[in-house]
Ligand binder design. Sequence first.
Ligand SMILES: NC(=O)c1ccc[n+]([C@@H]2O[C@H](COP(=O)([O-])OP(=O)(O)OC[C@H]3O[C@@H](n4cnc5c(N)ncnc54)[C@H](OP(=O)(O)O)[C@@H]3O)[C@@H](O)[C@H]2O)c1
Length: 300
Amino acid sequence: MARGAAKVGPWSDVPRQDGRRFVVTGANSGVGLETARTLAQRGAHVVLACRNAEKGATAARGIGRVDGSVEVLALDVSDLSSVRRFAAEVGDVDVLVNNAGILGVPFSRSVDGIELQLATNHVGHFALANLLLPRLTDRVVVVSSQSHRHGDLRLDDLDWEQRGYSPYGAYGASKLANMHFLAELQRRLTAAGSTLRATGAHPGSTATAITSSSGDGLLAWVGSWGHGLVGMKPLQGAMSTLYAATMDVPGNTYLGPHRLREMNGWPVGVGRSRAAIDPELAKAVWVASEELSGVSWPLG
Ligand SMILES: NC(=O)c1ccc[n+]([C@@H]2O[C@H](COP(=O)([O-])OP(=O)(O)OC[C@H]3O[C@@H](n4cnc5c(N)ncnc54)[C@H](OP(=O)(O)O)[C@@H]3O)[C@@H](O)[C@H]2O)c1
């Protein structure tokens, strides 16, 4: 078993979720859409947190008839004012699924001046979780990636000003920040005596639109070739997230597919990189994230 892996799973079904409210960020596409669809089929109310209203509405229509219900609420997670507006509007939530993501985009900054992959994949989700924590009843799910293992996360150069920008290094850095957030959030919840928990998941290699989000034609081609070879359909790719969101697993559990170096298969507890289990780094990333987002730990 890989470093730090929890002995959980595999499972064969997602339990009923009647009466529970979930928020899924980036729910109009890929893993997020299948996560939202399955939760609603199991009886949940799911808030589809989407940056594009039209795509959100199309996704909601596509989910069709379900035992539960869905609604679309605007969220651009890379924009901290949008995150604050969303948190103020969404009401009570049982489970927050931090799923939205972009991959390998050329260097740019968010409206708040933060490198865009870090802003989208980590900082906005960090802010959202901390703003919602006082109103959550169950957990925060962090969607990371095997790419966290190659993340070039330098706290003294989050803006890539001292080194050449690497689109994939920056993606990995944002996903390593996700891993630190998962571990440090659970440490803080436990220290505060909270019954809330933080869990994590990654979807291995799943055939979604993410490889084309970079606008890099070669990556899109290699991505679709790789996905054709070993990739899963989005519903199977969503299973790790679904189990992290619904199963009675310990806080800081991290799930991913069980075979082909975690690229394909059914969810089990998986390991993480040496950097991702460094508690001091996790604390430092938390402090940096508070500074970048202007949002701090809300539970005293
Ligand atoms: N697919 C894989 O093999 C793989 C592997 C490892 C990890 N992951 C992770 O899985 C998660 C889901 O990705 P996916 O593969 O399902 O990709 P996807 O199909 O491209 O979905 C990404 C979703 O995030 C949304 N999004 C992007 N930027 C946003 C923003 N600023 N505000 C709100 N929503 C935003 C996208 O919305 P738009 O449609 O408007 O762009 C889309 O709905 C990501 O965190 C990704 O890093 C995926």
